[in-house]
Write a protein that binds this ligand. Structure first.
Ligand code: PMP
Length: 391
């Protein structure tokens, strides 16, 4: 189309490089098996860690909320869109996280952007891990604060950054709790120790640790027993919690400030009743059914051991996020296609999501996978890997 030739040119190049990806349509509910292209396959690409997307108690809560309150709130939170259920949920979430307060955003992405872009000014410096999530990077781009990126999980480099920025009003160290593409865990105790030594604040994005790590899925702060020593915890309600949304948990003063100044909070309509009721029910399921988290980790161990036995490289993964490293960008896509032919959906991840030629097929095991699912998936990985000469 006229005017868009430059976009067409780039898309043509992606096709030539074998990295152009049409969206994959899921034709069923999101479960351990899904229907794709009319065929049932094993799902290894969702963030539905605990299978809560289809949990009966959570579905029931959503249905009841629709019946009682309708499908939308009709306003942003600060005008007419705060329902009692929003406030009640935030109070229970704060108690769950052992923080004074919490505030829900429309997504984890907007929670990160909302906090970072709002609380930092040109007097401050943000110190960020090199592999932090895109929403942290975008949040940082929106601040006028100074920025310093430290090498991934490199505590010497973090200390150097803290020494170099002593003149700032506030230094905020920000890190993913679990890194989304590699599945490794931030060295949070060491980060907190350095922050205390150099008088900096710490913010952790627990998108992939919420519902996965810590007691009842309270996240990395709970896992490392650092309650009260991490100033800001961001989490998502879109992954293990199974619904949609993000939140900031921390001191009441932070909540108050964000309500008045965070642009994604101020200028975007609040969550529909069904979403809030479902999230609230999901937090209660985390409290009542910790066995789901045990199953998630057992399944993860079984699958990871199987992949290693087959000869695959799973990188630095320490969590259910298990990348199968392949290298070349187009090879990851071919591997993903071969797996789909073998009955497994595992998406290839390439540049710009990860650095060039560090492409991988990223798998996420869930509590919902049966032993049969795992065995079949491993057999498929073996056949597809041999076909492409990866093992
Ligand atoms: N942070 C991290 C580390 C993530 O992986 C994601 C999801 N890709 C997000 C934030 C954003 O969460 P949401 O999907 O709720 O917007």
């Amino acid at each position: 189309m006229k005017g868009f030739e430059y976009l067409e040119k780039e898309i043509r190049e992606w096709r030539e490089d074998g990295v152009y990806r049409p969206l994959t349509e899921v034709e069923s509910e999101q479960g351990s098996r899904v229907v794709i292209h009319g065929r049932e396959v094993i799902q290894l690409s969702s963030n539905n860690y605990l299978g809560l997307t289809t949990h009966p108690r959570i579905k029931e809560a959503a249905n009841q909320a629709v019946e009682k309150y309708g499908v939308g709130t009709g306003s942003v939170r600060t005008i007419a869109g705060t329902f009692s259920m929003h406030e009640q949920f935030e109070q229970e979430l704060a108690e769950f996280k052992h923080t004074e307060a919490s505030l829900v955003f429309q997504s984890g992405f907007t929670a990160n952007v909302g906090v970072l872009a709002t609380i930092l000014t040109e007097e401050d410096v943000v110190i960020s891990d090199a592999l932090n999530h895109a929403s942290i990077i975008d949040g940082i781009r929106l601040t006028k604060a100074g920025r310093r990126i430290y090498q991934h999980t490199d505590m010497d480099d973090l200390e150097k950054a803290l020494k170099e920025t002593q003149n700032a009003r506030t230094r905020l160290i920000v890190t993913d709790g679990v890194f989304s593409m590699d599945g490794d865990v931030a060295p949070l105790p060491e980060i907190v120790r350095l922050a205390e030594q150099y008088d900096a604040l710490v913010m952790v994005d627990d998108a992939h640790a919420s519902g996965v790590m810590g007691r009842n899925g309270r996240g990395t702060v709970d896992h490392f027993d650092l309650h009260g020593r991490v100033h800001i915890q961001v989490g998502t309600l879109s992954k293990a919690v199974g619904v949609l949304g993000g939140y900031v948990a921390g001191p009441a003063v932070l909540r108050d400030y964000l309500i008045h100044r965070a642009r994604p909070f101020l200028f975007s309509t609040s969550h529909p009743p069904a979403v809030t009721a479902a999230c609230h029910a999901a937090i209660r399921v985390l409290k009542d059914e910790p066995e789901l988290i045990n199953r998630l980790w057992e399944n993860t161990r079984t699958f990871k051991e199987g992949l290693l036995k087959l000869g695959f490289n799973t990188g630095k993964s320490e969590t259910p996020i298990t990348p199968v490293m392949v290298g070349a960008d187009s090879l990851a896509m071919k591997f993903s296609d071969a797996l789909l032919e073998e009955g497994v959906y595992a998406q290839g991840i390439a540049f710009p999501t990860v650095p060039r030629n560090q492409a991988r097929v990223r798998t996420i095991i869930t509590a919902g996978h049966s032993r049969e699912d795992l065995d079949q998936a491993l057999e498929a990985f073996g056949r597809a890997g041999e076909k492409l000469g990866l093992i």
